[in-house]
Design a protein. Structure first.
Length: 83
């Protein structure tokens, strides 16, 4: 019995892993099918609008929250620009 018969089995492991990696990479990346967002999409920037209102001044770290914050009411904080 020769030892050369099992050598192809040892080479099959790394070759199979490389093939599986390449197939998964091509499947999930789709580099040949996806479009280049940076080149093919036009985005027009508008100036930022809004106001800042000073509510109170807290010195030190005794209060962990700011009174009157709207952290949990995200629908009232973020509004769609209708113009």
């Amino acid at each position: 019995m020769s030892d050369d018969g099992g050598l192809w089995l040892l080479a099959l492991g790394p070759a199979g892993a490389t093939g599986l990696y390449w197939a998964l990479y091509r499947y999930y990346r789709n580099t040949d099918k996806s479009h280049a967002f940076e080149r093919e999409t036009k985005v027009e920037a508008k100036p930022i609008t809004g106001t800042d209102t000073k509510i109170d001044e807290i010195i030190g770290t005794r209060e962990t929250r700011i009174r009157g914050d709207n952290v949990s009411a995200y629908r009232t904080r973020v509004q769609r620009d209708t113009s």
